[in-house]
Structures are given as structure tokens and as C-alpha cells.
Design a protein around this ligand. Structure first.
Ligand code: HEM
Length: 250
């Protein structure tokens, strides 16, 4: 089982890293031929950075559009961020200078209880898809499956955290061993098997799924463009290279 999971980790991480890099390259190279920032929009580059910060941290446009989706979405993502920081203790060496920043009471407590907030957020998002007619109408099977996958990962994590503790030292040995090709035994726990198995599935489908909204938000022209079409003519790289940027305004 330990070998199986070791191989699964390498394969899933490889697909995740390569798939994500290719997607980001594709987003990077996709031309944005028109000036389409959603107004009111910043008129300077610094303003765009500030707008993007508010979008990524506070989900500003979602807040304006749909309050319930915003509340549940934000609960889930904030919980995920806090749980992520708590998870770092499984891979960061206790000699590292950042160790005290991770392995302290506040970060560990916040990460542990954030998992409950995460679950409430996820159940709210699932409830929205099932109960709101107009959202159910546009929901594809993958929308439900993605939520259910993350819910099972969260619940199995909560079980290990609050109900059936596992050998954390053994898990850390397994995780750090993977990084130096020194394979160690995986602690035995059915919840851990479910948790890690589904995390691998999540990593594999990530580059092909709607979860790409995470890197994708940074490439959205409605969010990342400066509102200055009157001051500066907008010509996409694609048009520059094709000679279509002549003065007659083709
Ligand atoms: C290789 C990756 C991962 C490993 C090794 C791992 C391992 C663990 C372990 C051992 C626990 C129990 C913590 C404890 O007993 O104190 C846990 C909890 C948890 N995991 Fe993971 N996990 C991984 C990835 C993820 C991912 C990708 C998510 C979310 C999508 C996630 C969500 C959670 C949650 C919500 C909890 C409960 C809160 C907590 O104790 O931190 N895990 N995880």
C-alpha cells in the first residue's frame, strides 16, 4: 500500500505540475484583442493590482453579484487557506527557519477549526446547486462531482483531526521520504487512505477542470486591464505581429 501511494503521489503531482504549467502558458499566450475592463475600472497599473488583490482575497465581484454564494464560497476558500498552512507541517523540516511560523498554537488551532467552516461553505455551495432552480439548470455532473470530491476530502480530514487521530510523525516521515526517494511506511488509517487517494484524484483532474479558475482569474481581461483606451491605443501582441496595427486603424 505504501509503495502504491508513493507511485500515485509522483504520478498525480507530475500530471498536476505539467498540466498546470501548460494551461498557464496557454492563458499567457491567448490574445486579448479588445479593451474590456469591467467599469468602473482603475485607470492606472497600481489600481489594477489593488483591484486584483480585492478580487482574489475578498471575491469582490462575487460579493456584488450574489451574497449567499459569496458567503459560502468565501467560507470554503478561507478555510482551505488556513487548513493549507496547517498542512505545511507534514512537509517542512523542523529545522527550517519558517518552522515556528507553522508549528505554533495559533496556526494549528486556526487550521483545525477552519476545516469546519470549510465544510459548512462546501455544503452551502452544494445546497445552492441542488435547491436554486436557475443554478441547477446550468449545473453539469462535474460541478456536483467536484464539490462531492472536496467534501469527502474535508470530512476524512476532519475525522483524522477530531475523531480518529493518526500517527502524524509517521505521516511526516512518509511525506518527507517521498521528496528524497527514501520511501517510508504510510501509517495505517482508513481515513488517511481515503484522504490521500482523493487528494491524488483532485491533483490529476485539476488541470482539466473548472478548478483552473484559481490561476485563471489573473488572466481575465475584464479584471486585469487598465481603463485607458482614450489615452493609449490598445493593440494585442497578436495584432502587432500580424501587421494589423497600421495607422489607418484596421
Ligand atoms: C498530500 C496532501 C495532504 C496530506 C498529506 C494531508 C494530510 C492530512 C492529515 C494527516 C490530516 C489530519 C490532521 C491532524 O490529525 O491533525 C488532515 C486534515 C485535513 N485535511 Fe489534509 N492532507 C493533504 C491534502 C489536503 C487537501 C488538498 C485538502 C483540501 C482540499 C485537505 C483538507 C484537509 C482538512 C480540511 C483537514 C481537517 C483540518 C486539519 O486538521 O487540518 N487536505 N490532512
Amino acid at each position: 500500500m505504501s509503495y502504491l501511494f508513493a507511485i500515485l503521489f509522483y504520478v498525480s503531482l507530475g500530471i498536476f505540475a505539467v498540466g498546470l504549467a501548460l494551461k498557464i502558458r496557454q492563458y499567457w499566450n491567448t490574445p486579448a484583442p479588445l479593451k474590456i475592463p469591467t467599469t468602473p475600472a482603475p485607470t492606472t497599473q497600481a489600481g489594477v493590482v489593488f483591484r486584483m488583490f480585492r478580487e482574489v482575497v475578498f471575491f469582490e465581484s462575487l460579493f456584488r453579484a450574489a451574497k449567499w454564494t459569496w458567503i459560502f464560497g468565501w467560507m470554503f476558500h478561507l478555510g482551505l487557506a488556513l487548513a493549507f498552512v496547517r498542512h505545511l507541517r507534514y512537509v517542512v523540516s523542523s529545522d527550517a527557519f519558517v518552522w515556528p511560523l507553522i508549528n505554533n498554537w495559533l496556526v494549528q488551532f486556526a487550521g483545525q477549526y477552519a476545516s469546519l467552516m470549510m465544510l459548512v461553505g462546501l455544503l452551502g455551495l452544494l445546497g445552492r446547486r441542488i435547491l436554486v432552480d436557475r443554478v441547477r439548470y446550468i449545473s453539469a455532473p462535474s460541478d456536483y462531482l467536484m464539490l462531492i470530491l472536496i467534501i469527502i476530502i474535508t470530512v476524512s480530514g476532519i475525522m483524522m483531526s477530531f475523531v480518529a487521530p493518526i500517527d502524524i510523525v509517521g505521516l511526516k516521515a512518509f511525506m518527507t521520504g517521498l521528496m528524497v526517494l527514501d520511501w517510508q511506511e504510510l501509517p495505517s488509517s482508513v481515513f488517511l487512505i481515503i484522504h490521500l487517494g482523493l487528494v491524488a484524484v483532485l491533483a490529476i483532474i485539476f488541470p482539466f477542470s473548472k478548478l483552473l479558475h484559481a490561476p485563471g482569474v489573473f488572466f481575465s481581461p475584464t479584471r486585469n486591464q487598465v481603463d485607458n483606451p482614450r489615452e493609449k491605443r490598445h493593440i494585442s501582441d497578436w495584432a502587432k505581429n500580424s501587421g494589423l496595427d497600421s495607422a489607418d486603424g484596421v
